[in-house]
Write a protein that binds this ligand. Structure first.
Ligand code: GRF
Length: 190
Protein backbone atom coordinates (compact mmCIF):
# COMPACT_ATOMS: atom_id res chain seq x y z
CA UNK A 1 0.00 0.00 0.00
CA UNK A 2 1.27 3.46 -0.89
CA UNK A 3 1.84 5.92 1.97
CA UNK A 4 2.66 8.77 -0.34
CA UNK A 5 0.92 12.06 0.28
CA UNK A 6 -1.56 13.23 -2.31
CA UNK A 7 -1.23 16.70 -3.84
CA UNK A 8 -3.70 18.80 -5.82
CA UNK A 9 -2.44 21.74 -7.87
CA UNK A 10 -4.66 24.69 -8.75
CA UNK A 11 -3.65 26.75 -11.79
CA UNK A 12 -5.15 29.14 -14.34
CA UNK A 13 -2.45 29.59 -16.95
CA UNK A 14 0.71 28.14 -18.41
CA UNK A 15 1.40 25.70 -15.63
CA UNK A 16 5.20 25.72 -15.54
CA UNK A 17 5.02 25.29 -11.75
CA UNK A 18 2.49 22.48 -12.20
CA UNK A 19 5.04 20.83 -14.48
CA UNK A 20 7.95 21.36 -12.07
CA UNK A 21 6.08 19.89 -9.10
CA UNK A 22 4.63 16.99 -11.09
CA UNK A 23 7.99 16.03 -12.61
CA UNK A 24 9.65 16.27 -9.17
CA UNK A 25 7.04 13.82 -7.84
CA UNK A 26 7.44 11.50 -10.82
CA UNK A 27 11.22 11.48 -10.35
CA UNK A 28 10.93 10.82 -6.61
CA UNK A 29 12.45 14.15 -5.55
CA UNK A 30 9.16 14.96 -3.84
CA UNK A 31 7.72 12.00 -1.89
CA UNK A 32 4.14 12.55 -3.09
CA UNK A 33 1.81 12.05 -6.04
CA UNK A 34 0.05 14.82 -7.93
CA UNK A 35 -3.44 13.31 -8.06
CA UNK A 36 -5.54 16.28 -9.15
CA UNK A 37 -5.41 19.56 -11.04
CA UNK A 38 -8.05 22.26 -10.63
CA UNK A 39 -8.38 24.96 -13.29
CA UNK A 40 -10.85 27.80 -13.77
CA UNK A 41 -9.83 28.31 -17.42
CA UNK A 42 -10.62 25.21 -19.49
CA UNK A 43 -8.52 26.48 -22.44
CA UNK A 44 -5.38 27.07 -20.35
CA UNK A 45 -2.15 25.33 -21.30
CA UNK A 46 -1.96 23.70 -17.88
CA UNK A 47 -4.94 21.50 -18.84
CA UNK A 48 -2.88 19.96 -21.67
CA UNK A 49 0.07 19.49 -19.34
CA UNK A 50 -2.10 17.65 -16.82
CA UNK A 51 -3.44 15.35 -19.54
CA UNK A 52 0.12 14.55 -20.67
CA UNK A 53 1.02 13.53 -17.11
CA UNK A 54 -2.22 11.59 -16.60
CA UNK A 55 -3.36 13.89 -13.79
CA UNK A 56 -7.12 14.00 -13.27
CA UNK A 57 -8.43 17.47 -13.96
CA UNK A 58 -11.40 19.49 -12.79
CA UNK A 59 -11.57 22.35 -15.32
CA UNK A 60 -14.64 24.52 -15.11
CA UNK A 61 -16.14 27.80 -16.20
CA UNK A 62 -16.82 29.74 -12.98
CA UNK A 63 -19.93 31.24 -14.61
CA UNK A 64 -21.51 27.80 -14.75
CA UNK A 65 -21.98 27.87 -10.95
CA UNK A 66 -24.77 29.92 -9.34
CA UNK A 67 -22.38 31.19 -6.65
CA UNK A 68 -18.75 31.11 -5.56
CA UNK A 69 -19.74 29.01 -2.55
CA UNK A 70 -21.24 26.33 -4.81
CA UNK A 71 -18.18 26.43 -7.04
CA UNK A 72 -15.85 25.94 -4.07
CA UNK A 73 -18.11 23.21 -2.71
CA UNK A 74 -17.75 21.30 -6.00
CA UNK A 75 -13.97 21.79 -5.84
CA UNK A 76 -13.80 20.55 -2.24
CA UNK A 77 -15.91 17.48 -3.16
CA UNK A 78 -13.51 16.74 -6.03
CA UNK A 79 -10.56 16.97 -3.59
CA UNK A 80 -12.32 14.84 -0.95
CA UNK A 81 -13.03 12.10 -3.48
CA UNK A 82 -9.31 11.92 -4.23
CA UNK A 83 -8.15 12.06 -0.60
CA UNK A 84 -6.02 15.13 -1.17
CA UNK A 85 -3.59 15.98 1.65
CA UNK A 86 -2.10 19.23 0.32
CA UNK A 87 -3.35 21.87 -2.12
CA UNK A 88 -0.69 23.88 -3.98
CA UNK A 89 -1.85 27.03 -5.75
CA UNK A 90 0.39 27.75 -8.73
CA UNK A 91 -0.85 30.72 -10.69
CA UNK A 92 -4.50 30.16 -9.70
CA UNK A 93 -6.06 33.57 -10.32
CA UNK A 94 -8.94 33.38 -7.86
CA UNK A 95 -9.22 34.28 -4.21
CA UNK A 96 -9.94 31.26 -2.06
CA UNK A 97 -12.90 31.95 0.21
CA UNK A 98 -14.49 30.54 3.33
CA UNK A 99 -16.18 27.51 1.74
CA UNK A 100 -12.88 25.99 0.68
CA UNK A 101 -10.93 27.33 3.65
CA UNK A 102 -13.39 25.75 6.09
CA UNK A 103 -12.68 22.34 4.54
CA UNK A 104 -9.00 22.65 3.54
CA UNK A 105 -7.70 25.51 5.70
CA UNK A 106 -4.10 24.97 6.85
CA UNK A 107 -3.55 22.60 3.92
CA UNK A 108 -3.51 25.18 1.12
CA UNK A 109 -0.27 26.91 0.11
CA UNK A 110 0.52 29.46 -2.60
CA UNK A 111 3.55 30.68 -4.50
CA UNK A 112 3.88 34.41 -5.13
CA UNK A 113 6.53 36.11 -7.28
CA UNK A 114 7.71 38.73 -4.76
CA UNK A 115 9.29 38.93 -1.35
CA UNK A 116 6.05 39.24 0.65
CA UNK A 117 4.68 41.29 2.26
CA UNK A 118 5.95 43.56 -0.51
CA UNK A 119 3.94 43.57 -3.73
CA UNK A 120 0.93 41.51 -2.76
CA UNK A 121 -1.68 40.93 -5.46
CA UNK A 122 -1.58 41.02 -9.26
CA UNK A 123 1.33 42.19 -11.48
CA UNK A 124 3.78 41.83 -8.60
CA UNK A 125 6.88 41.47 -10.79
CA UNK A 126 5.99 44.39 -13.06
CA UNK A 127 5.17 46.63 -10.08
CA UNK A 128 8.41 45.70 -8.30
CA UNK A 129 10.42 46.56 -11.41
CA UNK A 130 8.56 49.86 -11.87
CA UNK A 131 9.32 50.65 -8.24
CA UNK A 132 13.03 50.21 -8.84
CA UNK A 133 13.49 47.10 -6.71
CA UNK A 134 17.00 45.58 -6.88
CA UNK A 135 16.43 42.40 -4.83
CA UNK A 136 13.64 40.24 -6.24
CA UNK A 137 12.34 36.94 -5.00
CA UNK A 138 9.68 34.35 -4.47
CA UNK A 139 7.52 33.51 -1.44
CA UNK A 140 5.58 30.40 -0.51
CA UNK A 141 2.92 30.96 2.13
CA UNK A 142 -0.17 29.46 3.70
CA UNK A 143 -3.44 30.65 2.22
CA UNK A 144 -5.93 32.39 4.49
CA UNK A 145 -8.73 34.95 4.00
CA UNK A 146 -6.25 37.66 2.98
CA UNK A 147 -4.71 38.23 -0.44
CA UNK A 148 -1.12 36.93 -0.23
CA UNK A 149 -1.08 37.65 3.51
CA UNK A 150 -0.90 34.18 5.08
CA UNK A 151 2.03 32.96 7.15
CA UNK A 152 5.26 32.66 5.19
CA UNK A 153 6.77 29.19 4.78
CA UNK A 154 9.75 29.87 2.51
CA UNK A 155 11.40 32.70 0.59
CA UNK A 156 14.29 32.98 -1.83
CA UNK A 157 15.82 36.24 -3.01
CA UNK A 158 18.20 37.21 -5.79
CA UNK A 159 19.66 40.48 -7.06
CA UNK A 160 18.59 41.87 -10.44
CA UNK A 161 19.47 45.34 -11.68
CA UNK A 162 18.52 45.00 -15.35
CA UNK A 163 15.42 46.34 -17.06
CA UNK A 164 14.35 43.33 -19.14
CA UNK A 165 11.03 42.09 -17.76
CA UNK A 166 11.14 38.86 -19.79
CA UNK A 167 14.59 38.04 -18.44
CA UNK A 168 13.35 38.79 -14.92
CA UNK A 169 10.33 36.51 -15.34
CA UNK A 170 12.70 33.78 -16.50
CA UNK A 171 14.82 34.20 -13.35
CA UNK A 172 11.70 34.21 -11.11
CA UNK A 173 10.38 31.04 -12.73
CA UNK A 174 13.73 29.28 -12.36
CA UNK A 175 13.69 30.05 -8.62
CA UNK A 176 10.04 28.97 -8.31
CA UNK A 177 10.67 25.65 -10.03
CA UNK A 178 13.36 24.84 -7.44
CA UNK A 179 11.76 26.32 -4.35
CA UNK A 180 8.24 24.90 -4.71
CA UNK A 181 9.23 21.20 -4.88
CA UNK A 182 11.82 21.69 -2.09
CA UNK A 183 9.29 23.40 0.16
CA UNK A 184 6.60 20.78 -0.44
CA UNK A 185 9.11 18.07 0.47
CA UNK A 186 10.00 19.91 3.68
CA UNK A 187 6.33 20.47 4.60
CA UNK A 188 5.40 16.86 4.01
CA UNK A 189 8.25 15.71 6.24
CA UNK A 190 7.01 17.82 9.17
C1 GRF B 1 4.03 32.18 -11.04
O1 GRF B 1 4.97 33.17 -11.29
C2 GRF B 1 3.49 32.29 -9.63
O2 GRF B 1 4.39 32.88 -8.75
C3 GRF B 1 2.30 33.19 -9.82
O3 GRF B 1 1.76 32.83 -11.06
C4 GRF B 1 2.79 32.35 -11.90
C5 GRF B 1 2.33 31.06 -12.52
O4 GRF B 1 3.19 30.62 -13.53
N1 GRF B 1 1.40 33.04 -8.71
P1 GRF B 1 3.00 29.18 -14.18
O5 GRF B 1 1.57 29.12 -14.73
O6 GRF B 1 3.24 28.16 -13.12
O7 GRF B 1 4.00 29.12 -15.29
Amino acid sequence: MSHKKRIAIFASGTGSNFEAITVACEEGRVPADVVAMVCDKPAARVVERAALHGVETFAFDPKSFPSKAEMECAIADFLDERNVDLVCLAGYMRIISDTLLSRYGGRIINIHPSLLPAFQGARAVERAMEYGVKIFGVTIHYVDQTVDGGKIIAQRAFPYEGDDIDELFGLIHAVEHQLYPETITRLLAD
